[in-house]
Design a protein around this ligand. Structure first.
Ligand SMILES: [Zn+2]
Length: 395
């Protein structure tokens, strides 16, 4: 049976009316969250002035990092006129590491991007890596940070400016990299986007997001990354980074990452959920599982233009071009091929020493290329190993 507006009904509607009034007069005391807006970005071209950074055969890091930085800045300025782009340097000048971070802090930057080039005693390592501040998990990461931090030895007052940090003391590197960066997750979010686009757009081989103690990132009060755009000690990467097209491709990749990061952060009011944070932290120093199954880069050799004495390991030849995926096992070695008398000759290298080439020959042989052999080239012309030995002996 239905009952229309009994005592209970009247009481209920009275109560509801009261509730509406209470709600109308009640103003919550929590101020509304101001939406996140990425307003200022600082672009830091590594090195400069009397600090040349690392170098390849004909390029140095300070020049290339500046070219890529200016290109990146131009892209942001053109596409986001409301974003303020600040450069730590626009010319070939020396700026202390602490001052670079201070520039970002003074300008209340929302993002700090350092652009560098990598180096290795061996000519074979290649690929990009993007670093966030933190304790290194591998010796290799530590070595990159050490090389980049060592530039403070070129500064006049480094002992005063880095709280007693001593680049020559290994313990110093560990102690200071324990400083947890407050913007760790945001930094990783941007870093992984950078690596993603360097791989898909610039067609670089990504070595992933990594962590190590970089002095330049240490005291920044905003998400900060340091991008190693490739190895100047690897001839084919040096050629890429030294070219206008290569520099543009790198700058565009970082720009796409910037665009995604800006959108992401503005859509989520700059908040990263606990779940997402966990996901991001797992990104750092992730074992390169994919690299063993993905297709390696096989480039047509430019040995003809190569100056000086170089060594390569010829491990395979065929009368037609071979799919790069066939050489997946040799990833991440530098693979090139030359076309000679109707044959495609596949090689590892080039390397600057016979020793290194011999090691790579062993690597090729253990991977199933039992007939792999070392070849020597002098100014692009094939010479015998004995001739090469004689040349290195007279050096
Ligand atoms: Zn550098």
């Amino acid at each position: 049976m239905k009952k229309r507006f009994g005592k209970k009904g009247i009481l209920l509607s009275l109560f509801a009316g009261l509730w509406v009034m209470v709600c109308a007069f009640y103003t919550p005391d929590t101020t509304p969250v101001t939406p996140y807006k990425l307003k200022t970005v600082v672009i830091d071209a590594g090195h400069g002035g009397h600090d040349h950074g690392c170098s390849g055969a004909s390029n140095n890091e300070k020049t290339l990092s500046l070219k890529m930085s200016l290109k990146l800045g131009e892209l942001i300025e053109k596409n986001y006129p409301d974003v303020k782009v600040i450069y730590t340097r626009k010319t070939d000048v020396f700026i202390e590491l602490y001052e670079r971070a201070a520039i970002a802090n003074r300008n209340n930057a929302d993002l700090f991007i350092c652009i560098h080039c990598n180096a290795n005693p061996s000519t074979s390592p290649s690929g990009t890596e993007t670093y966030v501040m933190g304790l290194h998990k591998t010796e290799a990461n530590l070595n990159v940070a050490k090389r980049e931090n060592d530039v403070i030895l070129l500064e006049s007052d480094y002992k005063q400016n880095y709280d007693g940090f001593n680049p020559n003391d290994p313990a110093s590197h560990i102690i200071f990299s324990l400083n947890q960066h407050a913007f760790m997750e945001q930094s990783i979010l941007f870093a992984s986007s950078v690596e993603k686009y360097l791989k898909s757009h610039a067609k670089r081989s990504s070595r992933g997001v990594k962590q190590a103690g970089f002095l330049v990132l240490w005291k920044t009060a905003m998400p900060s990354v340091l991008i190693e755009t490739g190895f100047l000690t690897n001839p084919s990467e040096e050629k890429f980074l030294g070219s206008e097209d290569g520099q543009t491709a790198i700058a565009e990749s970082i720009f796409y990452a910037f665009r995604d990061y800006k959108n992401d952060m503005e859509n989520t009011s700059g908040v990263i959920s606990e779940e997402k944070a966990k996901e991001l932290n797992a990104e750092v120093d992730k074992a390169p599982t994919a690299s063993t199954t993905t297709t390696p880069t096989v480039e047509k050799s430019s040995t003809d233009q190569q100056k000086g004495l170089t060594f390569s390991v010829q491990f395979y030849s065929a009368q037609s071009e071979v799919a790069a995926s066939k050489f997946a096992k040799l990833q991440p070695e530098n693979i090139t091929y030359v076309q000679e008398n109707g044959w495609y000759k596949y090689r590892l290298g080039p390397y600057s020493s016979l020793d290194e080439a011999t090691k790579k020959q062993t690597l090729a042989r253990t991977n199933g290329y039992k007939d792999a052999f070392v070849i020597a080239m002098k100014d692009g012309k094939r010479i015998s190993i004995d001739e090469a030995r004689a040349l290195t002996a007279t050096k």
